[in-house]
Write a protein that binds this ligand. Structure first.
Ligand code: CTP
Ligand SMILES: C[C@](O)(CO)[C@H](O)COP(=O)(O)O
Length: 376
């Protein structure tokens, strides 16, 4: 199966206000439409995307590998039709039709629609059941109530067998709220897929702030760190905050806690904040012999100041000796104390390098770490 997505963006966004149609307005550091395009570009099944644009906007999106643009029409359904026609000879077998204005679309929702199509549905669309009471009103007073049984709020992406929806659009005359309506007019059954509250359609001015909050909540950061320290004189090594008896010590400007250094660098990395050397220069004598928890505490605090908390962390120590496993619980506890994380979100593990390389020759210890940060 070859899947395409069509992102309709030819509307004028009159209800949203602003100097530009809503899809071109800035949101969380990018244009609304850029978030939408990026969401579909990240789906491996989507081989190509057609962005449907107003004739005045054709130069706002540059066509590129996997992305073409086409002019839209006076109504949403005309715009969709133009997008479908542009794919008519492409060999595409499935299509996802999505509003540019739904920029908080999450991969899991796209996957649910695709899965339903893969199970054999000709049409599948996300929706949320209506739970609030429904009224009729004249703008000022309630004039009646409406039974909400069996009512849904429709969302996009609406997914279809390509030939089926192309034929339905070609046969359709006039307006339609969405492509589900076009499909149903052609007698096609549409499967309801569980929608997502965060998949809002920016429609009114207040929706921009809501969408920005949702996008921010989706901002997950990953960081990695790597460090090495050489063995020297000594009777213990400090690893992840724990003094482990050994026949040698680790050399370094600080206490040479290679595990904590890798972890600290992973946090700085997730924040795009350089590394320990940038925040605690080795040329500065005040950090000579410093305990490494100072560095880790600084990185954790910096993450908090930037609006993130650590979600989980994973440290791997690479050495033949000392054996780490007996000390791993104490290391987890030390890291939990500094980071404020529960120990089931802290992994400390070790491996030998099969006697290969500098760690195999017991010239030093290496450590690597990975961390995820999520919005607080
Ligand atoms: N002629 C049209 C009208 C709408 N759309 C697109 O369809 C989606 C859903 O429509 P809506 O939210 O109603 O957008 P607008 O028509 O732009 O908004 P408004 O009705 O407030 O002007 C939007 O991404 C919009 O750009 C389109 O491609 N072509
Ligand atoms: C297709 C749609 O997003 C389904 O909810 C919606 O109908 C399009 O927007 P409009 O505001 O109804 O034009």
């Amino acid at each position: 199966m070859t899947t395409a997505s069509i992102i309709v963006a030819a509307g004028r966004g009159t209800r949203a206000g602003g100097d530009l149609p809503k899809q071109w307005q800035a949101l969380g550091g990018a244009r609304v439409i850029d978030w939408t395009i990026a969401a579909f570009a990240a789906v491996p099944e989507v081989a190509q995307t057609v962005v449907v644009l107003h004739p005045d906007d054709m130069d706002r999106i540059a066509p590129r590998e996997g992305l073409t643009t086409v002019e839209g029409g006076a109504s949403r359904s005309e715009s969709v039709r133009n997008g479908l026609e542009s794919l008519a000879e492409s060999g595409v077998t499935r299509v996802l039709i999505h509003d540019a204005a739904r920029c908080c679309i999450r991969p899991a929702l796209i996957a649910r629609v695709l899965d339903t199509l893969a199970e054999g549905a000709l049409a599948a669309a996300p929706a949320l059941a209506v739970f609030d009471a429904l009224w009729q009103g004249d703008g000022k007073t309630v004039t009646g109530t409406q039974d909400r049984t069996g009512l849904y709020r429709a969302q996009t992406p609406q997914g279809f067998d390509f030939d089926t929806i192309l034929a339905a659009h070609r046969a359709h005359d006039g307006e339609a709220a969405d492509d589900v309506e076009v499909a149903r007019m052609a007698g096609i059954d549409v499967q309801i897929v569980e929608g997502d509250e965060s998949n809002l359609k920016i429609t009114t001015p207040g929706d921009f702030a809501r969408a920005e909050r949702i996008l921010r909540d989706m901002d997950i950061r990953i960081g990695t760190g790597f460090d090495v320290h050489r063995f020297g004189e000594g009777d213990h090594v400090v690893l992840c905050g724990v003094a482990v008896p050994h026949t040698r010590g680790l050399q370094g400007h600080s206490d040479a806690d290679v595990g904590m250094h890798a972890l600290t660098d992973a946090i700085y990395g997730a924040l795009a904040e350089g590394d320990i050397g940038r925040h605690f220069p080795p040329t500065d004598p005040q950090w000579k012999g410093a305990e490494s928890h100072i560095f880790l505490r600084h990185a954790v605090t910096l993450a908090g100041e930037k609006g993130y908390k650590i979600n989980n962390l994973d440290v791997t120590l690479v050495c033949e000796r000392p054996k780490i496993t007996p000390h791993a619980p104490a290391m987890q506890a030390a890291l939990a104390d500094i980071t404020g994380l529960a120990t089931d979100r802290i992994s400390v593990k070790a491996t030998t390098s099969e006697r290969l390389g500098f760690t195999g020759r017991e010239e030093g210890i290496a450590a690597q770490a990975a961390v995820t940060l999520v919005p607080k």
